[in-house]
Design a protein around this ligand. Structure first.
Ligand code: APR
Length: 308
């Protein structure tokens, strides 16, 4: 039987994610949005693209949740994106209300699903989805690390003029300006970047990665969607196809990395059960310190939530 994936929020990120998934051709995709006719229109357009690109039309657009019943994975992208001058944390109250109501509807129709949260502020919205769904921690996971890592890898590949495919980058921590690009575990063709670039250059790439989302908001007037949509689709693949890939994900930590009771970005094994394992990296002392600072920043935002 074909898999079923729901994407809530048919805006920039949701539609891009749905398009990526439709092109894979292994699942039916349901696109949900509150704007009348909007998800129906996006689904129609994406289905017609299949005639050009060679995939079967398998998307349904809807303003309700009946069509989402028994989804294997639900991706939540509903909510406001950033505008220039806003931090992700500025969205917390608006998006808490939206993510709460969406999660309630999702769970009613798909009590066994795995939820992939994309709405920002990401780490806090994972707490909301977990609290409202009452799912085990394995079945609520956030998308941020693949995106942050992709940005770091892209900057390194440009700097060294090497294929991005040969860059293995690692970014941990919260999805905010205090995220932790892990230089000690970042390599090009197996060689640590500390052996390939001077410290000052690395520091600049790390800084650009941390502020990578803001750079795009300033250019676009809203937040990015191609890389975020593709990153969410990669997580869906690993869950739906039980690939057991080790990917940077926002997972609920209970003691790992010395952090307890908090969603943070860490490498995790993603399979049919959602988060099946958390990988523990050895960090340098400076990186451990940065991770603690990132955790404190995430706790501040979580502290603002009505439901934690
Ligand atoms: N139910 C369903 N859809 C909703 C709801 C809701 N309660 N509230 C808002 N939406 C929809 C909007 O109608 C809109 O179509 O969510 C969609 C969001 O799309 P965009 O405004 O294009 O925002 P996008 O760039 O996709 O970002 C969505 O993901 O990356 C994060 O920071 C980003 O929080 C933001 C989210």
């Amino acid at each position: 039987m074909r898999k079923k994936i729901t994407v809530v929020g048919a805006g920039n990120v949701g539609a891009t994610c749905a398009q990526e998934l439709a092109r894979r051709d292994y699942a039916d995709v349901v696109l949900v949005d509150i704007i009348p006719n909007y998800p129906q229109g996006k689904a129609l357009d994406l289905n017609q693209a299949g005639a050009v690109l060679g995939y079967e039309p398998a998307l349904t657009g809807t303003n309700g949740y009946d069509e989402t019943a028994n989804s294997d994975v639900v991706v939540i992208t509903a909510g406001r994106p950033r505008s220039p001058g806003m931090s992700r944390d500025d969205l917390v109250t608006t998006n808490e209300t939206i993510v709460s109501s969406v999660t309630r509807e999702v769970v009613r129709q798909s009590p066994k699903t795995v939820i992939v949260v994309v709405s920002n502020p990401l780490d806090a919205m994972c707490h909301v989805a977990k609290a409202v769904s009452r799912f085990p921690k394995s079945r609520v996971v956030g998308m941020a690390g693949i995106l942050d890592t992709a940005r770091f890898a892209a900057f390194i590949s440009q700097e060294l003029d090497v294929s991005v495919r040969d860059v293995t980058a690692v970014v941990l921590g919260g999805h905010g300006d205090q995220m932790v690009p892990v230089v000690s575990a970042t390599t090009v063709g197996g060689i640590p970047i500390a052996e390939l670039l001077p410290k000052g250059r690395i520091r600049k790439l790390v800084e650009r990665t941390r502020l990578g989302g803001g750079e795009l908001v300033n250019l676009l007037g809203t937040s990015a969607w191609y890389a975020p949509g593709a990153a969410a689709a990669q997580m869906v693949d690993s869950i739906c196809l039980d690939q057991k890939r080790v990917l940077p994900c926002t997972a609920y930590l209970e003691g790992e990395y010395g952090i307890d009771g908090l969603y943070m970005g860490v490498p995790a094994k993603l399979g049919a059960g959602g988060v099946e394992d958390i990988v523990r990296l050895k960090l340098a002392a400076e990186e451990r310190k940065m991770l603690r600072a990132s955790a404190a920043a995430v706790r501040d935002v979580v502290g603002v939530l009505k439901r934690k």
